[in-house]
Design a binder for this molecule. Structure first.
Ligand code: MG
Ligand code: FE
Length: 168
């Protein structure tokens, strides 16, 4: 397969991954009630995710003009990100946060690979976009991990208090 074909396929996978990310983040934001710090951070990342979709679409549009034969089928990675999305959809806040961290790590790996692919095909503009997006994924992953102990404590405290909702 030509370099460019793999490359475009992977950028499209990343776009599909961000559509999945948006759905998951929306669901989590809608469901949560009692964890304001987490809700606020998820809302910020939801905005970032929508911007990421637009950035990826612009890379796809730019590449597509020189490769109109590209087919519409999504690759295997898109299926993986969908499966990961299902995990994220857990209705309990701590499990949701753990799966969220796993999803962000998955995104970091995808963009790290995409940056290398962009270098191989000589797409410096694409590489710049992926680096910018990867910074946001790293920040989200770091925040998730740093705040996981406190979130866990809050959940346990709430769950041990009669009449207090803990899961969301
Ligand atoms: Mg993302
Ligand atoms: Fe993300």
């Amino acid at each position: 397969m030509a370099f460019e074909e793999n490359y475009l396929s992977w950028v499209r996978d990343a776009h599909a991954m961000e559509i999945q990310a948006e759905t998951m983040l929306e669901k989590m934001v809608d469901r949560l009630e009692h964890y304001p710090a987490l809700i606020a951070r998820l809302q910020l990342h939801l905005q970032e995710t929508r911007q990421q979709q637009a950035l990826l679409q612009s890379v796809i549009d730019r590449l597509n003009t020189s490769n109109s034969t590209f087919k519409d089928a999504l690759g295997k990675m898109a299926a993986i990100s969908q499966a990961m999305g299902g995990m994220f959809a857990d209705d309990e806040v701590v499990k949701g946060a753990i799966c969220g961290y796993a999803f962000e790590s998955f995104e970091i790996a995808c963009y790290t690979s995409l940056i290398a692919a962009a270098d191989v095909v000589g797409d410096s503009e694409g590489a710049r976009v992926f680096e910018q997006i990867r910074e946001q994924e790293i920040a989200m992953a770091e925040w998730s991990l740093i705040n996981l102990p406190e979130l866990t404590e809050q959940f346990l405290m709430r769950d041990a208090t009669p009449g207090v909702e803990a899961k969301k």
